[in-house]
Design a binder for this molecule. Structure first.
Ligand code: ATP
Ligand code: MN
Length: 465
């Protein structure tokens, strides 16, 4: 086939240019028909819908047509015509077909439709070819783009924070070690520990759990920054909401207090949901039909309400008075579990909730302390079906209070001296938060397992693809 530019199926399906010559390339979803005429559903990933290719069998080499099976990759030259069939307004009358790659009927794992999501996880290398994962991956892309667009439009600077870190002060979770030492024969200290001073970076290093501490350094110069990158947690939490490798969006803003921080979080989430409705409607409709028929209503519902804001202390009162029986009992001072978060959002308020002023014992060292001496200016945004989607806070900008807290928690000052320097030189009130990107994608797609909203999930005992 000569070198003409291929037409994307997304464009052809919108075209009214009947009679024009087109060239499409893609993967065969189905082929059906009889000995005179074949209908091929062809998909190139540009849109959820496939285009119908009509093949008059008599005009083609029989052996070529035999190779056109579900999963094979082909190029088709033909004429765009108005379709008489149901569910599409255009189709292609094929003139020439070239087979790029065959897919054996007997062994191609996606031969049939309707595989379970569990099965598809075992073939993560092929699942992007299903309608479901096509939809999820296009939405994921649109959300990543929307995030950059939102922050860019608001004057934020994208700050690239390191993935390899020498600090484990964040305390957000267990960390993966990064080392270049010989695992069979590492240098040892007399006390029996590995001597990391001889390692690549001259100290022990880990994969980051968050870009926040470094983002704060950026905010103390550029005012408005955000990070958007992979983060890692080596916790053995096999839940539908946790990954060992996930992407986190972390804006950090100088001169923002906790209220500004909540306003930004709410505006940001609503912007992204509106962006999905505006740019991914076909994919959302598909997911709404196939998996979750309240999805689109739920997305619109979030746009129409204002998020309920209340303190942790008030939330605990509501939970205790609810008469519910919990798997994890609630009492002032305990961390809230997904069951509690979802009760507040789904049953009690019926809309997203922002909880503030958590007990300082269950939150990180850097959060700004309230005058009561017991709580910190934390904020968690809780969403229907998800629970916590955002965690953030106003940061403690006072040097003495911060150092005191660090000592109370036995965090070695030598690990955070550079962080403390921001409070020593030109400190400023500031705030920020972390949005789990996959939790956002869970919400927007209506999928229920976080393994199904990232192309190649990293979870305990799973790093095959
Ligand atoms: P959780 O209590 O749900 O485990 P967390 O409080 O440990 O979350 P933070 O440290 O506050 O999480 O991280 C900020 C955000 O990152 C969370 O609000 C959540 O959206 C997301 N997140 C945290 N841990 C994970 C994970 N293991 N996999 C995917 N997303 C995560
Ligand atoms: Mn959190």
């Amino acid at each position: 086939m000569e070198h003409t530019r291929r037409n994307k199926i997304v464009d052809l399906l919108k075209s009214k240019d009947f009679g024009s010559e087109v060239l499409v390339k893609g993967w065969v979803r189905t082929k059906r028909g009889n000995k005179n005429i074949n209908f091929i559903a062809l998909n190139d990933g540009s849109v959820i819908h496939s285009i119908q290719v009509v093949v008059e069998v008599a005009n083609f080499d029989e052996n070529t047509l035999k190779l056109v099976t579900t999963g094979s990759c082909i190029a088709v030259k033909g004429t765009l015509v108005e379709s008489m069939g149901q569910g599409q307004h255009v189709e292609i009358q094929a003139k020439a077909i070239e087979v790029y790659g065959t897919a054996d009927n007997e062994t191609y794992p996606l031969q049939k439709k309707g595989h379970s999501l569990e099965f598809l996880r075992e073939i993560a290398h092929l699942r992007p070819r299903t309608n479901t994962f096509g939809a999820v991956l296009r939405i994921r892309h649109a959300m990543a783009y929307g995030i950059h667009k939102y922050f860019n439009d608001q004057g934020f600077n994208y700050l690239h924070t390191p993935i390899i870190t020498g600090s484990d002060a964040e305390g957000a979770g267990a960390m993966f070690r990064v080392t270049a030492l010989d695992d069979k024969n590492p240098p040892m200290l007399p006390d029996g520990h590995v001597d990391y001073s001889q390692d690549f970076f001259g100290k022990e290093t880990k994969l980051t759990v968050s870009g926040q501490l470094e983002a704060e350094l950026g905010a103390m110069a550029l005012s408005l920054v955000y990070t958007f990158g992979p983060t890692f947690r080596a916790e053995n939490s096999n839940t539908p909401r946790h990954l060992a490798e996930f992407w986190m969006v972390e804006p950090e803003m100088a001169f923002y207090d906790i209220h500004d921080n909540m306003d930004l979080a709410e505006d940001f989430l609503k912007y992204l949901i509106q962006y999905a409705l505006d740019h991914c409607y076909d994919d959302l409709e598909f997911l709404n039909k196939m998996y979750d028929n309240e999805l689109i209503d739920r997305l619109k519902g979030v746009l129409e309400c204002s998020f309920e804001r209340l303190s942790y202390t008030e939330a605990v009162k509501i939970l205790k008075a609810s008469g519910q029986s919990w798997e994890f009992p609630v009492d002032w001072g305990t961390d809230l579990q997904a069951e509690h978060e979802r009760y507040l959002v789904e049953k009690h308020f019926g809309k997203p909730v922002i909880l503030t002023d958590y007990p300082k014992e269950i939150k990180a060292f850097y959060m700004k302390q309230n005058e009561d001496g017991k709580t910190v200016r934390a904020m968690d945004v809780l969403f229907p079906k998800i629970g916590e989607i955002i965690g953030g806070s106003q940061r403690e900008e006072n040097f003495d209070i911060l150092v005191k807290r660090i000592h109370e928690l036995n965090i070695p000052e030598k690990d955070v001296w550079w962080y403390l320097d921001t409070r020593k030189f030109g400190t400023a009130p500031h705030s920020g938060f972390g949005l789990g990107f996959e939790r956002l994608i869970l919400f927007v797609t209506g999928m229920s397992n976080i393994r199904d909203v990232i192309p190649f999930p990293r979870t305990p005992k799973n790093a095959e693809f």
